[in-house]
Design a binder for this molecule. Structure first.
Ligand code: ES4
Ligand code: ZN
Length: 325
């Protein structure tokens, strides 16, 4: 029987975490006040009442407007440091943090403000025994031209970024739309991952593009590959990591994709457990481990394998990996 103590104490790598999705109602209100931004709510209860969504689009409609409270470098620092303190409490030893620069540059905040604040928090997190890196995501519902400009800016700071990702609304926005940016990012030495959210229109085609054409090293969610045995074989053979987020999945699918995760684990796929947007989906990484372990009656060995997979598919150096594995 898996306990919360067990999932909380287990050393973990967090590989699927949107920093903007760690904005808790309390900090949201504090920053709104500090920056004189009217978000339409003044109490935690009122903020929580706006957290109603049952698909990706309705979630994103709550998620993006809230980012208005993030204005200064200090705000980004406070957001990231608050998260990293939570990560330390969850025994997260290594974290690769997604951030969405276009969600900020599109409302007049400079790339520099965003990255300087986030990066300083990752430096200071070393004192908490948390090793942290940043992954810049392109918003797939923005234009290719916007992605091109964003990569150009990002490359100025490429020593502060470990890789690129692709997130936001997947509907009619296939990975291939950004093939050129992923190629350029690879040429600059950056790692690559792509969101293939669960049960999206054209899921299998999107996964195929990401794996076969864009040569990503991980798929975020990606658990729809169970529908295609050839893709399962390819992912197992190439040791592609699949970063599944049970509590997030639970908002759009009653079974949180637990059966698929177990089936993939059983077939030797490097699937692992993460938290996506913990302030919006009801829990941090230990809660996600506990939720799937409890609902699907996982053994200790299965839970430990999920955690091992998170380190194995992380983008830390091979020498450093040996410390954890
Ligand atoms: C996201 Cl759940 C989800 N899907 C796509 N993009 C995202 N960004 C933050 N959360
Ligand atoms: Zn995500």
């Amino acid at each position: 029987e898996i306990t919360e103590q067990f999932t909380s104490g287990l050393p973990k790598a967090e590989l699927h975490l949107h920093i903007e999705g760690t904005l808790e109602p309390e900090l949201k209100l504090k920053l709104a006040k500090r920056n004189n931004v009217d978000i339409g709510q003044t109490t935690i209860e009122e903020v929580q009442k706006t957290y109603q969504y049952d698909d990706l689009a309705s979630f994103l409609n709550v998620y993006y407007p809230a980012m208005n409270v993030l204005q200064t470098e200090q705000d980004f620092y406070d957001l990231a440091f608050a998260y990293l303190s939570k990560a330390a409490q969850n025994n997260v030893r290594h974290v690769e943090i997604f951030f969405d620069p276009q969600a900020h540059t599109s409302r007049g905040i400079s790339f520099k403000t965003v990255i300087d604040g986030l990066y300083q928090a990752t430096v200071d997190a070393r004192a908490l025994n948390v090793d942290a890196a940043l992954i810049m995501c392109f918003l797939r519902d923005f234009s290719k031209e916007s992605a091109r400009k964003t990569l150009e800016e990002a490359l100025i700071y490429k020593d502060k970024i470990v890789g690129v990702g692709l997130d936001s609304d997947e509907h009619n926005n296939p990975p291939l739309k950004f093939a050129r940016q992923f190629e350029d990012a690879a040429a600059a030495g950056l790692h690559r991952t792509v969101h293939c959210d669960i049960d999206q229109k054209d899921s299998i085609e999107h996964i195929r593009q990401a794996l076969e054409i864009m040569e990503v090293e991980r798929l975020d969610h990606g658990t729809n590959i169970v529908e295609d045995p050839d893709l399962v074989n390819l992912v197992a053979k190439k040791q592609i990591g699949l970063t599944s987020c049970p509590l997030s999945n639970g908002f759009v699918s009653p079974e949180m994709k637990g059966k698929e995760v177990l089936e993939l684990l059983d077939q030797g796929v490097k699937v692992s457990i993460h938290s996506d947007d913990p302030a919006y989906f009801g829990g941090y990484i230990s809660d996600n481990y506990f939720a799937i372990a409890k609902k699907f009656n996982l053994s200790r060995e299965q839970v430990v394998q999920l955690a091992r997979n998170s380190f194995e598919t992380s983008w830390i150096s091979p020498e450093q990996k040996n410390i954890y594995l």
